[in-house]
Design a protein around this ligand. Sequence first.
Ligand code: ATP
Ligand code: MG
Length: 243
Amino acid sequence: MSTPDEQGLSLHHLTVRFGGLLALDDVSLRVPPKKVIGVIGPNGAGKTTLFNVISGFVAPQSGAITLDGRPWRPRPHHLRRHGIARTLQGVGQFGGMTVLENVQVGLKAPRGNRGYRGSKSQQDAYAALERCGVADYANAYPGMLPYAKRKRVELARALAARPRILMLDEPAGGLDADEIDWLADLIREADTTVLLVEHHMDLVMSVCDEILVLDFGKPIALGSPGEIRTDPKVAEAYLGAAA
Ligand SMILES: Nc1ncnc2c1ncn2[C@@H]1O[C@H](COP(=O)(O)OP(=O)(O)OP(=O)(O)O)[C@@H](O)[C@H]1O
Ligand SMILES: [Mg+2]
């Protein structure tokens, strides 16, 4: 058994280099169960790279990840088994499948449940679409939907598997104020661990328990929304990026 302070996901001193570029520079982070943890920073700060490491698409040059206190080497095809789901920056859906099929495609039989057949996964996929308010589009093709609806389908796809860790990469990108309010409620009510990469500060500040700030791959601040809002290093990083 892991001790309570080991529960969840922990990143230990992760470093990623792409040639001469240091995309992540000694990044450590505790992601305890049911917490909403934000990862922010200027463009190119390494946020998506961090998600890519956690989901096994990028191998770190050094550092380690533990899940519930045990060493863990993520592999993309093992994520679901470990209860981890992510959305992609932008919208990543297959054009040749309906909305329902897109959500269903990641829902393979849970381990030990041989009776989990097509109709059950279809029901789960449909329920996720309903939860995200896009069940009306179940039989449409994603390409026919407005952008905001496609973002909701992307969320439904990730939520359908009932992940214990949900990783959202810029879910508010391209959304209007009403859609962002809806998204904030969804995150607050998700009842799961959420890792949120986002540029929309009002959203980050309103839903996160804790926020990690990256700048050129380096962690420059970690704290509550209130602490991050008033941290001069954070303001400086964003001002530097804007210049
Ligand atoms: N596969 C890759 N090969 C080479 N360089 C990469 C690769 N992936 C990311 N990078 C570089 O690593 C740095 C961090 O990129 P990353 O996509 O993680 O930033 P980000 O914080 O997600 O930025 P944004 O806010 O624009 O999405 C950037 O300089 C990027 O060009
Ligand atoms: Mg990114």
